[in-house]
Design a binder for this molecule. Structure first.
Ligand SMILES: [Mn+2]
Length: 433
């Protein structure tokens, strides 16, 4: 007998991958762990007659000749199926998209770091020109969307997006999908979040609002990343760190989320022996006291390891400024010559007093008014930014006030100017070195 199975606390990706396995391996019996994620239950009860899942208890393990493991690479996550580990003559095939240390030795495997495991299996189905029903396509897309956050998580690859396109072509039902796809946020996660909010703290570190929260957890709690994401959003801090201490297992899981590009969570996590990228990261520490871990996080942030790119790196300088008594006629020539849509206006000491833009010429009604000084037409309510601020902060101000440029001010002097396109170039990583 061939069986296909996946991890306990099965998610849509695991479920979809088990169903895909039955299409790839003829006569394969799909085995679903008894414990599945809460959001799978309504789907399973509606589609009960369609998928003939067996529980591990219903399987005569002695008659299993081949085991297909999907969306996991560790025996201890397989529940009762783990007993097959002792069998020597068993053939094992593995489909897994998790990086790192698995412990299932297999005869054949398909492993790649895609955002979802179902992507690997969809690629095979595509190659074999398999025909999918709309229900299968919907289930597969549910798995793909859940694991990639609708293709938004940084782990998402182009392969995932191609697979999604292929599934939509095969009539995956997006309406049904949104009904079943709720974040993996169940009772356990709700309890953790509730406890975290009850003793939430805020600290000011290096100009950042940061919250560091220690929680004791027991057993395995999935989706703590989702909890951290919500926690940071509710507290509305720049960055949030959750230290989840599991005394039985003598280990601490640290998860960080940041919304500020000047606080790189990935760097902090690398300092703790983990990893990640600027917005999200995690680390696993053995035998560490949560209090010490919290101190380490504070130290890493204080030591100013954080990113690096500032407004001063992106701004243009020197800046052409208009003395306040320049006439509108002269200013028009300047704007045309410099090819810009606005210029800062300064007083005799070089201090910023206003901003003149092309728009302001609309208020020049008569020819003679062109001889009036710019200070009569400029806007005096000028927003500025410090050279040490982050590109994200500059972009936030420009978006919020719908302006295209910000004068950069240091010691009351205009030292540069940063435009919307400067920040766009930075976000899309298009800056010349
Ligand atoms: Mn997965």
């Amino acid at each position: 007998m061939i069986i296909a199975t996946t991890h306990r606390n099965t998610d849509f990706d695991g479920l979809a991958s088990v169903v895909a396995a039955t299409m790839i391996y003829p006569d394969c019996v799909p085995v679903l762990p008894t414990q599945v994620n809460p959001n799978l239950k309504p789907f399973l009860s509606i589609h009960k007659d369609l998928f003939q899942f067996k529980t591990p208890e219903e399987i005569d393990l002695d008659s299993v000749s081949k085991l297909v493991v999907v969306d996991i690479n560790r025996w201890e996550r397989l529940g009762r199926i783990k007993k097959l580990q002792e069998r020597t003559e068993l053939s094992i095939e593995l489909w897994d998209h998790h990086s790192g240390d698995g412990n299932i030795a297999c005869d054949w495997s398909c492993q790649a770091e895609t955002g979802a495991n179902i992507t690997l299996m969809v690629n095979r189905l595509k190659k074999e020109h398999k025909v999918l029903t709309p229900i299968q396509a919907t289930l597969f897309l549910a798995g793909l969307y859940e694991d990639t956050g609708n293709l938004t998580f940084p782990s998402t690859t182009a392969e995932d997006a191609y697979a999604a396109g292929w599934l939509i072509e095969r009539k995956a039902d997006l309406g049904i999908l949104s009904t079943f796809l709720k974040p993996a946020y169940g009772v356990k996660q709700k309890d953790v979040l509730f406890n975290m909010l009850q003793n939430a703290d805020r600290q000011h570190i290096n100009g950042h609002q940061v919250s560091i929260n220690c929680q004791e957890i027991s057993g395995h709690v999935e989706s703590l990343a989702v909890v951290m994401h919500m926690y940071r959003e509710i507290l509305n801090v720049d960055a949030a760190f959750g230290i989840f201490n599991n005394p039985e297992r003598k280990r601490c899981m640290v998860i960080g989320r940041s919304d500020s590009d000047s606080l790189d969570v990935g760097l902090v996590m690398r300092g703790l022996g983990g990893g990640g990228h600027p917005g999200a990261g995690s680390a696993m520490l053995k035998k560490a006291s949560p209090r010490v871990v919290a101190q380490m996080i504070v130290e890493f942030i204080k030591s100013g390891q954080q990113s690096s790119v500032m407004v001063s790196d992106l701004m243009s300088f020197p800046v052409v400024t208009l003395p306040a008594d320049t006439t509108m006629r002269q200013a028009a020539v300047m704007l045309r010559e410099k090819g810009c849509t606005g210029l800062p206006v300064t007083d005799a000491d070089g201090r910023l007093v206003g901003m003149l833009s092309r728009r302001d010429f609309k208020r020049v009604k008569t020819e003679s008014r062109l001889d009036s000084p710019v200070k009569a037409f400029m806007s005096t309510n000028v927003l500025t930014i410090d050279p040490g601020k982050s590109p994200m902060q500059a972009a936030n101000i420009m978006v919020k006030h719908d302006i295209g440029r910000l004068p950069v001010i240091a010691d009351e002097k205009v030292v540069g100017i940063i435009t919307r396109s400067d920040t766009m170039m930075y976000f899309y990583d298009l800056l010349p070195d």
